[in-house]
Design a binder for this molecule. Sequence first.
Ligand code: PNW
Length: 487
Amino acid sequence: LPVEGTDYYGRFPSNFMWGLATSAHQIEGAWNASGKSEHIWDRFCHAGKCWKGDTGDVACDSFHKYMVDVQLLKKIGVTHYRFSLAWTRIIPNPLTGEVNQEGLNYYRQLIDELQRNNIIPLVTIFHWDLPQSLEDIGSWANESLIGYYNHYADVVFKAYGDKVKHWITFNEPWVICWMGYGTGEYAPGIKEPATRPYKCAHTIIKSHAEAYHTYNDKYRNTQKGQVGITMNSDFMAPKDPHNKSHIEAATRAQQFNLGWFAHPIFKSGDYPDVMKNYVAKNSPQGTSRLPNFTAQEIARNNGSADFLGLNHYTTSLVEPLRRNDNVHVTGGYIDDQENILSHDPAWPGSGSTWLFVVPWGFRNLLNWIRTEYGNPQVIVTENGVTDNNGTVQDKHRVDYYRAYITEMLKAINEDKCNVTGYTAWSLMDNFEWSNGYHEKFGIHYINFSDPELKRVPKDSAIFFQKLITENGFPDPTQNNAAVCSQK
Ligand code: PNW
């Protein structure tokens, strides 16, 4: 597809969902209040493994300031707010399954406050904050987590399903499994790249499918909502687009990243063939480190989502790894792919080492999803860019959003991709996991040394206000006065 330009104008579909996103551990603080138990990110950062000793103990204090947050959302004019529930507030001891009423009440108050302000919730059930007690019994390598997760999902469907019509079972299983159990950069910090990420993914896919079926069996008829799952994916572009082996390598990388989760849920119930073949051929003979689904599990996985939540930030260039390349091979998920990933030095960077500004990759990825999975409903549940200073004159962020959202508009209006909503990451600067408060994604600035934790709108907040009011980018050379906007 052609390279991007922002000289493209148009409106989004009239019922397009516009929102901002956050997650519980990144904003709430109150890490041990009202019966909440410890989760793996509490443990990880308390052990000093996050940026300069940062922790999520206070974060944006949204546990107490949620009414302030709702007013920020209202001021921007969003139709939707994406936030996550903390398992450890709702079921502090998953092994007994007992529900903590105080924890349940917190999200009930938030949902009610959103409703009073005409903002529709988009709720992530699990955004990385695994109860420590479940980590201690083997985490996602222990398949009993399927049952514990299903109980948790059942509790929240029942408690909030009258008002919550969009559920996201998991946020980014790729990051959970690879960064948590492969590289160990994220909690719980386990470095077993050969086997643990594959086991983790296997249990998470099955947990997702069980929760989806629980919703179907017990709640869908009365609550009439949708259940999806959010996956992160770079666009995997061939380093040399004219070289057949680079094109194959890029497809393989896309399948190992997005396809790992999307193929079982949106295509066949099982992992992509290329992934099965490459893991098997790099495993000891006659075995594979990639687990097998049973026929019954394949049937349960297949078609187990009403929408694909997509978190997209950046693009990678891919070429095949050759035998004599001087690359350190450790054995595991990365080596199994037999690829080398890189970026174009011309791409602008950001406040994060992995995040390069490549707007055209977004349109390409949306089209890859359209053709690979038969044009499923996609809700873009995250997109955004960092800096390390939190400047409110964040022209680079406005430029990023303008360019990426223009590519999404082309994907919808020109390519007919079924994208129904977009929630930007993030409502405000917050606790960026292992990178603490150092990497800032917010459209509101927070000075984390200020005890008031005042939220200050950046220029990008004003950009979103206008974008949502106009529901797109009206052509400045046309008179748009007569065109009705969404709100
Ligand atoms: C996502 N990568 O994480 C998460 O869903 C958010 O909680 C997080 O704040 C946001 O994106 C920004 O990082 C990712 O290395 C972390 O490719 C790392 C990667 C992708 C997504």
